[in-house]
Design a protein around this ligand. Structure first.
Ligand code: PRP
Length: 224
């Protein structure tokens, strides 16, 4: 363990980063300069605790962590599965809960049952491929989109989509339904394998403190 070395965190910009900093504050990890919401700065430092935080696009977080540009990353499980990088997943942070699902018009259900060769639009082509090829053993054509994926079946680009469902309101407002669930999702902490060896004590201590905090919050929110 080297106390002089900065421990670097890559956080997915936006809601996930905000939620993460709230949780970190609860265990005494703060970064005052990150609180200025008008700032366009990308790297923030806590000199006293020798911590460094940077904000990146979510899908880039596993890349920074795999290459060691960040020791630790906080990112959704969807991104971890899609990017499939060489990183260790060490903690389920519990927030950002949602589901990866196959969705479409109800009429598409029979296409899934009969293993037909269908078109699947998704922002997550690797997750979609893994689900259809390896789990369902169904040959499909996958079309990569970058957002507003629900448009796929609406404009007849695809039969179904593989996408994130949180409240379900995007599907409902567009006349689509969850047809099958691929997997549950939430925010996760990932660690670079070399950092895990070099900074074992510091990282283990951080994970334990976070885990205890998350368990305490869960307990206080559970009706007795
Ligand atoms: C995500 C996801 C769905 C929507 C699901 O999209 O891709 O479209 O949220 O949320 P809901 O179930 O609560 O309606 P996002 O807002 O990230 O934008 P995008 O479609 O451009 O990816």
């Amino acid at each position: 363990m080297s106390e002089d070395r900065y421990l670097t965190f890559a956080l997915g910009k936006g809601r996930l980063a905000n939620k993460t900093m709230e949780l970190f504050e609860e265990i005494g990890i703060t970064c005052e300069e990150m609180k200025d919401k008008n700032s366009r700065k990308l790297i923030f430092v806590n000199e006293e605790q020798k911590l460094r935080f940077f904000l990146s696009k979510g899908p880039d977080v596993p890349t920074y962590v795999e290459y060691g540009a960040a020791d630790i990353g906080i990112v959704g499980r969807d991104t971890i599965l899609e990017e499939n990088r060489n990183v260790h997943e060490v903690l389920d942070l519990g927030y950002g809960k949602c589901r990866m699902c196959v969705c479409g018009p109800v009429s598409a259900k029979k296409l899934l049952l009969h293993h037909e060769r269908i078109r699947v639009a998704s922002k997550y082509p690797n997750i979609a491929k893994d689900y259809f090829y390896n789990k369902k053993h169904q040959t499909v054509d996958i079309i990569k989109l970058n957002g507003s994926v629900e448009l796929g079946p609406l404009v007849e680009l695809s039969d179904v989509i593989v996408d994130i469902v949180e409240t379900g309101s995007t599907l409902k407002e567009n006349g689509l339904e969850v047809l099958e669930e691929v997997c549950p999702l939430s925010a996760r902490m990932i660690v670079n394998p070399v950092s895990m060896q070099m900074e074992t004590e510091r990282i283990k201590d951080l994970v334990n403190r976070l885990r205890m905090r998350l368990e305490a919050t869960l307990k206080s929110n559970t009706p007795q």
